[in-house]
Design a protein around this ligand. Sequence first.
Ligand SMILES: NC(=O)c1ccc[n+]([C@@H]2O[C@H](COP(=O)([O-])OP(=O)(O)OC[C@H]3O[C@@H](n4cnc5c(N)ncnc54)[C@H](OP(=O)(O)O)[C@@H]3O)[C@@H](O)[C@H]2O)c1
Length: 290
Amino acid sequence: MAVEHVTSDASGTFKIGGDLEVKRLGYGVMQLTGKGVWGDPRDPEEAVRVLQKAAELGVNFIDTADSYGPFVANHLIKKALYPYAEDLVIATKVGLTRCGPNDWRPVGRPEYLRQQVELNLRDLGLEQIDLLQLHRIDPKVPLEDQVGELAAMKKEGKIRHIGLSQISVEELEAASKITDIVTVQNLYNLANRESEAVLEYCEANQIGFIPWFPLATGKLAKEGSPLDQLAKKHDAKPAQLALAWLLKRSPVILPIPGTSSVDHVVENIAAAGITLSDEEFETLSNAVSE
Ligand SMILES: NC(=O)c1ccc[n+]([C@@H]2O[C@H](COP(=O)([O-])OP(=O)(O)OC[C@H]3O[C@@H](n4cnc5c(N)ncnc54)[C@H](OP(=O)(O)O)[C@@H]3O)[C@@H](O)[C@H]2O)c1
């Protein structure tokens, strides 16, 4: 396969909230910050090149959060891609605070969520956020207050669509009574399918499902992984097979593989051009134990 020439168009599109069309294979920016998702990346110029290469290869769905860095990832997106292409959809998140590398704490007080929405708007240079996801539900704050504040900001025009992250079917149902929830971002990949019930709920209700850690933070990308044999048959890399498996698993799945390298972003986007047969899909599903 001539990897450089495969674009994200190949895996088709999905309409977020029924009206915001994105190519299904996107890009997640978390790997573009420093160690522990804290501070600047080792090579800021390469980070900018990764974002520009993703856009050049047709990616129009980018996942971020003001807590990545914090603020670093959003500044890089603006530096690399502003002024934005008309069809670019930036999904961001609020609801987690940072106190150092690898330290994440949920804060869902309405005034804090409002501040984060404003900071995302400011740092990304946007007047409206296309997709605003609640990064984590804060167990110390009533759900109505958290989702209610986001719904209020949607009415004010600052947010177009609302999504949730790392939630159960029960939480999704409860939040959907407060406002329309159009996406869910949960941990899900070939090796970890604990969110299967949430995915099935999303499929039944045309809710976009954004699997985070689509490559199991690189574990599924390693040579010698159970994906290797089939990857060789497709003249592909294990990471590409892990993404092709997600794309085939459901039309509501929108993978956002993360990488800090231009070579890997090209490789990952080329996964959009790999179609697994039903038999190959089953073989992979059975070969990689959960
Ligand atoms: N909602 C949430 O709570 C949550 C939590 C975590 C992540 N996320 C989102 O999900 C996105 C994806 O998750 P992630 O980036 O943490 O994990 P991931 O996509 O599963 O894996 C990223 C890791 O895989 C490596 N990798 C990527 N492509 C590769 C390739 N072609 N060959 C070999 N290695 C490869 C990367 O290293 P290199 O940099 O060397 O390529 C990196 O170490 C994040 O960027 C973020 O936007 C959301």
